[in-house]
Design a protein around this ligand. Structure first.
Ligand code: HEM
Ligand code: HEM
Length: 192
């Protein structure tokens, strides 16, 4: 017969291994919001640097689409808390990873909101895949609100570059775990 001590030991081992797994929802939300963010950011830089005005409405539509997904993801994270590290790490690395995760989550809201406010206040309008969420105004009436448009535009610009920098740190961190530390951090986010 299994003793009480053995049963308790098995239960705590199960708790540890389930705490180290990520739910399917966490993984799905990470990769859906993450790949959209990378795609929208890449289009944003490409269209601005190459003056590809034909891509603006795709960039804006995808940017609008991501906002409800990003808010759902943040609500889920607040409810469930951040995942525990797969292996013990020193405090500095834990804090660095936390700061990066918070900045990434914040960028998923700051970028779409500043983009929408900037486009609306600038008078250029906010399209959504062939529909118009906020109509553009005739050229001689632009900007609708110059102060707001310029504040939102600067925020969008700075947040775009901060996202790019933080994302490089994030991917470097994931690769450091996988290649140097050889732990399960990346595998766990890939559902393995
Ligand atoms: C190729 C790109 C990416 C890779 C390889 C990657 C990899 C990972 C890995 C391995 C973790 C788990 C960290 C841990 O267990 O502590 C993680 C967590 C996280 N990643 Fe990424 N990631 C990528 C892109 C992104 C993007 C674009 C965003 C958001 C803009 C993002 C936001 C987050 C957040 C907020 C977490 C914390 C855990 C969570 O909320 O699910 N990641 N990422
Ligand atoms: C996740 C969402 C978004 C991301 C990651 C993102 C990222 C970017 C990036 C990196 C740039 C290039 C910055 C530069 O070099 O000037 C950019 C430009 C731009 N974005 Fe976004 N954006 C997002 C959402 C939106 C939304 C929702 C709108 C409007 C509805 C928008 C409107 C614009 C406009 C108009 C520009 C060009 C600014 C200019 O010509 O100077 N963006 N975006």
């Amino acid at each position: 017969m299994t003793s009480l001590v053995e049963t308790q030991h098995q239960e705590s081992e199960q708790q540890i291994s389930s705490a180290k797994k990520l739910s399917k929802t966490s993984i799905l939300m990470h990769w859906s919001v993450g790949s959209l963010m990378i795609g929208i950011m890449a289009i944003g830089f490409f269209m601005t640097w190459n003056e590809r005005y034909d891509l603006y409405s795709l960039h804006k539509s995808l940017g609008v689409l991501i906002l409800p997904l990003a808010l759902a993801r943040i609500a889920w994270r607040m409810k469930k808390g951040f995942p525990e590290p797969v292996a013990p790490m020193d405090n500095l690395k834990v804090i660095a990873a936390k700061v990066v995760h918070y900045l990434l989550l914040a960028s998923t809201v700051i970028l779409p909101v500043s983009g929408m406010v900037g486009s609306a206040a600038g008078g250029y309008g906010v399209p959504f895949f062939g529909m118009s969420l906020i109509d553009a105004v005739p050229q001689d009436m632009r900007p609708v609100n110059e102060t707001l448009a310029s504040f939102a535009h600067t925020t969008h610009y700075i947040a775009g570059y901060v996202l790019a920098g933080v994302l490089i740190l994030h991917v470097a961190g994931a690769l450091w775990h996988h290649v140097i530390m050889k732990d399960r951090t990346l595998k766990r986010m890939l559902g393995r």
